[in-house]
Design a protein around this ligand. Structure first.
Ligand code: NAD
Length: 353
């Protein structure tokens, strides 16, 4: 399996270095023969190539079996004509990574205010209220007068249908319960279509129990009783916000894994951003990126029918679970180790198993 590795900005290089060590460790233990091809994006690429991402990099990624993308300092990248392209958007759009799978679960040994839960947010990833990805060219956020901005939100039957199918397929591998999250009381046409397509796909999965929640109320439900939920499917921006909340409820945003998956490509990418407030301090939690790497291995294993990739993914998840319980973590989840030491301990645990 060839994986292109792009550390990104802020805490990206620290957390990706640790993730690479973990990937190398499982490659040895499970004979995965991983071929990691390191390249650059974000600020470093802007300095060296005049753009945060390049067409040559995209070609390399298209030819690989998977991509690990570190967080981007997206807020810094304002002008695409100056090469300031959002790498996250770039790959999601160019590789058509329509389903963003974001699991969140609580861990034994980690104090938690909301009780135990284990859920997955499946977020539509290619349209919605994202001005930079829902039209073919230009932006869909417009300055009408110096005092008026209009932002376009695109919802299509095709994108609703395919993300719903990913969510139902995932629900079939779990507790067979799917919750649709929407704002159809206000966005009657767009979210109305989203709900309609989810139910249409749901008819192919009669074993899955389906319910739905309005997004604002959902924020209360998921804080009050997150154990009510199994798989949650929602549109792009609602999913972005909800999944940061569920990751934090599980103990820390630094525990939130995230896989961006399409038909032919997939990209592991932490749920969090570049966290400039803690960058370079060796305190960032690497588990989010490591768990995303595990999701990428599992995706490849399913696609190519290679069970040892799934086993490697499960071993990483188990090692993270045990590390949390043993307190071999960064301080955001109650541990005392730095980023690099957390990675070394995890590698030892993986190789000792
Ligand atoms: P953030 O997710 O980077 O950080 C939010 C908070 O969570 C901060 O307090 C941070 O220290 C903490 N945090 C994040 N990751 C952590 C980790 N691994 N371990 C411990 N603590 C962690 O969000 P932000 O500060 O609003 O955004 C910073 C930059 O990241 C912005 O430029 C934003 O646009 C960008 N961003 C990028 C992505 C992406 O690349 N997918 C996602 C979100 C934000």
């Amino acid at each position: 399996m060839k994986i292109v590795v792009l550390p990104g900005d802020g805490i990206g290089p620290e957390t990706m270095a640790v993730t690479v060590e973990v990937l190398q460790a499982v490659s040895r233990r499970f004979e995965l023969n991983l071929d990691l091809d390191h390249d650059i994006t974000g600020h470093e690429s802007l300095r060296r190539h005049g753009a945060t991402v390049t067409p040559a990099l995209l070609e390399k990624v298209k030819a690989a079996d998977g991509l690990m993308l570190g967080p981007a300092a997206t807020y810094d990248f304002k002008d695409e004509s100056k090469g300031e392209i959002n790498p996250s958007k770039f790959f999601r759009k160019a590789l058509d990574l329509f389903a963003n799978i974001r699991p969140s679960r609580t861990y034994e040994g980690l104090t938690n205010k909301v009780g135990a839960f284990d859920l997955v947010v499946v977020r539509e990833n290619t349209e919605g209220f994202y001005a930079d990805r829902n039209i073919a060219s230009g932006g869909s956020e417009m300055l009408i007068t110096p005092d008026v901005v209009v932002s376009l939100r695109r919802i299509t039957r095709e994108c609703c249908e395919r993300v719903a199918r990913s969510a139902f397929e995932l629900a079939m591998t779990r507790r067979k319960h799917l919750s649709i999250v929407h704002k159809a009381n206000v966005l009657k046409l767009g979210d109305g279509m989203f709900i309609e397509m989810c139910h249409a796909v749901g008819r192919e999965f009669p074993e899955v129990q389906v319910d739905d929640f309005i997004v604002d109320a959902m924020m209360a439900h998921v804080v009050r009783a997150p154990d009510r939920f199994d798989v949650i499917v929602t549109t792009n921006m609602f999913g972005d916000i909800l999944s940061d909340l569920t990751a934090e409820l599980s103990g820390s945003l630094g525990l939130g894994g995230s896989l961006n998956a399409g038909k032919h490509h997939a990209m592991g990418q932490a749920a969090h951003g570049s966290a400039p407030d803690i960058a370079g301090k060796d305190i960032a939690n690497p588990f989010s990126l490591i768990l995303s790497a595990a999701q990428l291995l599992a995706w490849h294993g399913t696609r190519r029918a290679l069970p040892r990739f799934g086993e490697a993914a499960r071993a990483i998840e188990l090692a993270c679970e045990q590390a949390v319980k043993a307190g071999e973590t960064t301080r955001d989840v109650g541990g005392r180790l730095g980023t690099a030491a957390t990675g070394r301990a995890l590698v030892q645990r993986l190789l000792a198993a």
